[in-house]
Design a binder for this molecule. Structure first.
Ligand SMILES: *Cc1c(COP(=O)(O)O)cnc(C)c1O
Length: 464
C-alpha cells in the first residue's frame, strides 16, 4: 500500500462572508472531529480535502466477496490514519450482516435492493456504520448521548443502528399525533440503549427541544451529539454499494450508469465520490419527484429552491432544497448555503456532462410501478419507481446502452396499501419487518415544554 496522506475536512461555507451572524470557518478538522460535530461551526458541510483513489484490481477483486469487504476497502482508503485495520474490520463486519440483492430486470439493467437492513430502507447502510465509527471516536472513557427529532422513518433507522452500540445512548423525539401506528411501534420498541419520547406537539416542537438542548451550557457535560443526514460519517458508507455492485456486474474498466432516486442528495453524493475515487461511472442519473429544483437548475442554470416542498407519494424525497446540494456545488466549483442562496455558481457544463436529472410526477411513478411489474414481474415501491422512470427517460433521450444499475431505496412491504392498489398483490415482508407486532416497549410522554425536557435529560442521561 502507498503511504497515506492525512485527510482533513473543511467547510463548504469557508469563503462565504455574507451570511449574517456567521463567521466563515477557514480551518480544518479530523474525520473523528467532523463525525462528532456533525456540521461545521459556520453551519457549512464538512468536505474531505483529498479524495483517495481505488485501484481497479482491488475493485474487481470484490466480485463474489461478502459486502463488508467492499466497505472495508472504502473505509480504509479514507480512514486508515485514524482507525486501525482491526477496528475497521470489526465495524464493517458488525454493520453489514444482511444481504444486498442485485436483481436483473433484463441483461443490461439491474435493480440494487438496499432494503434488507433492520428498517428496510437504504438509510440503514449509512446509520449502522456511522454508529459504530462514533463508538470508536468517543473521548476516552466517556459516553455520547445522541438526540434525534424525527417525523418517522429516520428516527427508527438511527435508533436501530445504534442499538447495542457500546458507549452511546440514544433519545428519539417524535410528534405523538404525526406518526403512523406502525412507525410508533417501530420507535417505541427498539429498547436497550434507545429511548423513544412521544411529544405532545408537532415535528417542529421536537426539533426545537433538541436544538435548545444542544445550545444549553448545562447539558454540555453529557456529550450531546446528533446523527443527522449531513454528517460526513453518513456519506462515506454510501460510497460502498456503488463499488460493490460494480464489482459484481461490470468488467474491469467498463463504463456504467447508476440511477439514484434523490431527495437530500446524500445517496447520489456517495456515487459522485465513488466516481472521483476511480469507479467508471459514465453518468449519474438523479431523478427527483415533483420537487424539481435540481432538474430545473441543470436545464436553466438558475437555482431556486421549492418552498414549501411539494407532498408526493415518494415522501422520503419531499425536499425543496437538498441539504447535500452544498457538497455537489462545492465539488463542481460553486457555493450554496443551507437557506438555498447561491454565492457562486458551479461549472454547469461539467455537471451536465456527468449528471442527468428529471422530475417525475406521482402519476408517472404509479404508472411505472404498474408497467415494471406487468413487463418484468419486478416489484418496485414509489421511491425506486421514481428512479426507474428517470432512468427510462434518460434512455429515451440518449439511447445509452451501457450497463445500468438503479437503486431501490426501500422495501415495497413498507407501502402495502399503495402496492395492493396498483398491483393487487401483498408484497412479502422482509425478515426485519416480521414480528414487529409482537415487540414490546413504551415511549415516555412529554409536552413541548423545554424545562421539563431538560429535567428529564438531567435525571436520565449518563456521563460515563
Ligand atoms: C431518504 C430516502 C431517499 C432519499 O435519499 P437522499 O439521500 O436524501 O437523496 C430515497 N428513498 C428513501 C426510501 C429514503 O428513505
Amino acid at each position: 500500500m502507498e503511504a497515506q496522506m492525512t485527510i482533513r475536512y473543511y467547510s463548504t461555507n469557508r469563503r462565504v462572508k455574507t451570511i449574517p451572524g456567521i463567521a466563515p470557518f477557514a480551518g480544518s478538522v479530523s474525520f473523528k472531529e467532523a463525525l462528532l460535530a456533525g456540521q461545521a461551526p459556520d453551519e457549512g458541510l464538512f468536505m474531505p480535502d483529498t479524495i483517495p483513489t481505488l485501484a481497479m484490481s482491488d475493485i474487481i477483486a470484490l466480485r463474489e466477496k461478502p459486502y463488508w469487504q467492499a466497505a472495508l476497502l472504502v473505509a480504509q482508503s479514507f480512514l486508515s490514519e485514524e482507525f486501525s485495520p482491526a477496528v475497521l474490520e470489526e465495524i464493517v463486519k458488525d454493520a453489514y450482516n444482511y444481504p444486498v440483492p442485485l436483481e436483473a430486470v433484463y441483461p443490461r439493467a439491474f435493480i440494487l435492493r438496499l432494503d434488507q437492513g433492520p428498517t428496510a430502507s437504504f438509510k440503514d447502510f449509512a446509520a449502522r456504520m456511522m454508529a459504530r465509527l462514533m463508538s470508536h471516536s468517543r473521548p476516552e472513557g466517556e459516553r455520547i448521548n445522541i438526540l434525534v427529532a424525527t417525523s418517522g422513518d429516520t428516527g427508527s433507522a438511527v435508533g436501530e443502528a445504534y442499538k447495542g452500540v457500546a458507549g452511546i445512548d440514544v433519545t428519539i423525539l417524535y410528534p405523538a399525533a404525526e406518526v403512523s401506528a406502525m412507525q410508533k411501534k417501530q420507535l417505541d420498541t427498539i429498547g436497550g440503549n434507545v429511548q423513544a419520547v412521544s411529544v405532545d406537539g408537532k415535528f417542529d416542537d421536537c426539533q426545537n427541544l433538541v436544538k435548545e438542548a444542544f445550545s444549553d451550557p448545562e447539558l454540555v457535560r453529557f456529550n450531546l451529539s446528533s446523527a443527522n443526514s449531513i454528517n460526513f460519517g453518513r456519506i462515506l458508507p454510501q460510497i460502498v454499494y456503488y463499488v460493490w455492485a460494480y464489482a459484481q456486474l461490470a468488467g474491469a474498466g467498463e463504463e456504467v450508469v447508476f440511477c439514484v432516486p434523490s431527495g437530500n442528495f446524500g445517496n447520489a453524493l456517495g456515487c459522485e465520490y465513488a466516481r472521483r475515487m476511480g469507479l467508471p461511472v459514465e453518468k449519474l442519473v438523479m431523478p427527483t419527484n415533483e420537487n424539481d429544483e435540481f432538474p430545473v437548475f441543470l436545464a436553466t442554470g438558475r437555482y431556486a429552491k421549492v418552498s414549501p416542498s411539494r407532498a408526493c407519494i415518494s415522501n422520503a424525497m419531499n425536499v425543496g432544497h437538498p441539504s447535500n446540494l452544498a457538497r455537489f456545488f462545492e465539488l463542481y466549483g460553486g457555493t450554496v448555503d443551507r437557506t438555498g442562496v447561491v454565492h457562486c455558481y458551479p461549472d454547469l457544463g461539467q455537471m451536465r456532462r456527468r449528471i442527468y436529472s428529471v422530475s417525475i410526477t406521482d402519476e408517472q411513478t404509479r404508472r411505472t410501478i404498474r408497467s415494471v411489474y406487468d413487463r418484468y414481474r419486478v416489484v418496485l415501491e414509489q421511491h425506486g419507481a421514481v428512479g426507474w422512470a428517470g432512468l427510462e427517460s434518460y434512455w429515451r433521450e440518449t439511447g445509452d446502452t451501457r450497463l445500468a444499475v438503479c437503486l431501490e431505496t426501500a422495501h415495497p412491504a413498507k407501502f402495502p396499501d399503495e402496492i395492493k392498489n396498483l398491483l393487487g398483490i401483498e408484497p412479502a415482508e422482509p425478515p426485519s419487518m416480521k414480528g414487529l407486532a409482537r415487540r414490546e416497549g413504551e415511549a415516555i410522554s412529554m409536552t413541548g415544554n423545554y424545562a421539563s425536557f431538560k429535567k428529564y435529560l438531567q435525571s436520565r442521561l449518563k456521563i460515563t
